[in-house]
Design a protein around this ligand. Structure first.
Ligand SMILES: [Mn+2]
Length: 409
């Protein structure tokens, strides 16, 4: 049994306003070729298929074209779970139709555990693999909140709920395997943040749960899982050093912070109970580079890139002491007649200086949601001892806002 595990495609996501459909298309074409060449039998996509809960038509076209092409290849099974960026009802809407292509979609968790425990059969209709396809578990899917609960109570309930959910699907998978009387592998899936996971600033990994303690432990996954295919973190990594509990990571660098990262997908081979995992590196179709430093350093690096006829997309972060008021003009002039494209210019010096005075040059783009709220608390002179609770209440509100499935009617 040869399986590919990928996640966090974020189809449709733009980078500082620059659309990236060519890269998404190149990735899906490459993935299809890789599946054919390596004679892969199943692909598991662990959430965040789309970047938005209302993906544009071009994003949808890429997704459906990939599904129709993959289903006519050696790949007998496609299993897709929703991530926190996906709309569960949007992913679920075509699920009955997609079943005819051997594509299984699990958009949300329901009372019916059978929907998450899939028995997949080979071409002779003989069961060959069980997949516990657990989607991103929304707070309301698992936790029944009560008035007057402390933050710690809420977090504990959430973690207990996630662990119990995995224990229940694991038990059901084992029960099904026993009933079948076949020694077939069980693979788990999930879209969550595990304790010890690595992220990179600016990678757009949205905080999933309220507070910071609610990180799922690797031991929450049942022992019967031969492999656990996770999504959400964009850096490819093992969980807790385990070879068989992994994040595949995103196939594209989602932000400049990931520019130098090697992206990969996991190929998981399961043969007579033995699991081997190898990483297949994803090619880079669009080079990204972040150039930081004083003006001389920035100018020199741009010069080097122009000389090699680079077509990289650049982020320029000016950190020099000298005050440069025409930074934008200088940068634009330095890439003139080249293939380089400037996506973002940040003048930290200017911000530092102006912040000392009035803060007016700071734009919303430079702050995340929590920082905006912290500024709000500061400007209203809210006492320090009240801020922690207000911030956690605000985060709770933010999570429930992000999790609302607006397209659902
Ligand atoms: Mn995610």
């Amino acid at each position: 049994m040869k399986i590919i595990h990928s996640s966090d495609w974020h189809i449709g996501r733009a980078l500082h306003g620059r659309k990236r459909y060519d890269e998404f298309e190149s990735y899906l074409n490459w993935l299809l070729e890789t599946i054919k060449q390596n004679e892969i039998n199943a692909i598991l996509v662990a959430g965040d298929i789309f970047d938005s809960s209302v993906p544009g038509n071009r994003a949808q076209e890429l997704y459906y074209r990939f599904l129709s092409e993959v289903s006519s290849s050696s790949c007998r099974h496609v299993v897709i779970i929703a991530g926190n960026h996906d709309s569960p009802s949007f992913l679920n809407a075509p699920r009955k139709l997609l079943r005819f292509l051997n594509v299984h979609v699990v958009g949300n968790s329901s009372e019916e555990l059978n929907d998450e425990v899939l028995v997949l059969c080979d071409q002779d209709d003989k069961p060959e693999l069980i997949v516990c396809a657990v989607p991103y578990l929304r707070d309301r899917d698992i936790r029944s909140s009560e008035a007057g609960e402390s933050l710690e109570d809420k977090e504990k309930k959430l973690l207990d709920g996630i662990r119990e959910h995995y224990a229940a699907v694991g038990a059901l998978a084992e029960q099904k395997r026993t009933e079948l009387g076949l020694d077939i592998p069980i693979v788990g899936m999930g879209h969550l943040f595990t304790a010890g996971g690595r992220t990179i600033e600016g990678d757009g990994v949205r905080e999933l749960y309220i507070g910071s303690l609610a990180l799922v432990k690797a031991s929450s996954f049942p022992a019967c899982f031969d492999y656990t295919a996770l999504g959400h973190l964009h850096v490819p990594q093992r969980v807790n050093g385990s070879e068989t509990i992994r994040y595949s990571g995103s196939p594209l660098a989602i932000g400049f912070g990931e520019a130098n990262q090697k992206k990969s997908i996991c190929q998981v081979d399961i043969e007579n109970g033995a699991v081997t995992v190898k990483l297949i590196e994803v090619p880079v179709w669009q080079k990204l580079e972040s150039i930081k430093g004083n003006w001389n350093e920035i100018e020199n690096r741009i010069g080097e890139l122009v000389a090699i006829d680079s077509s990289a997309w650049l982020e320029i972060i000016y950190q020099g002491d000298e005050i440069i008021s025409d930074l934008q003009e200088r940068v634009v002039a330095s890439v003139e007649d080249s293939k380089l494209e400037i996506l973002r210019i940040k003048n930290t010096r200017l911000i530092d200086r102006v912040l000392e005075q009035s803060g007016i040059e700071e734009t919303l783009d430079d702050l995340d949601e929590n920082e905006v709220f912290e500024r709000c608390l500061a400007s209203h002179e809210v006492p320090q001892d009240q801020r922690r609770e207000l911030l956690s209440t605000y985060q709770e509100l933010l999570v429930s806002y992000c999790e609302k499935d607006r397209q659902k009617e």
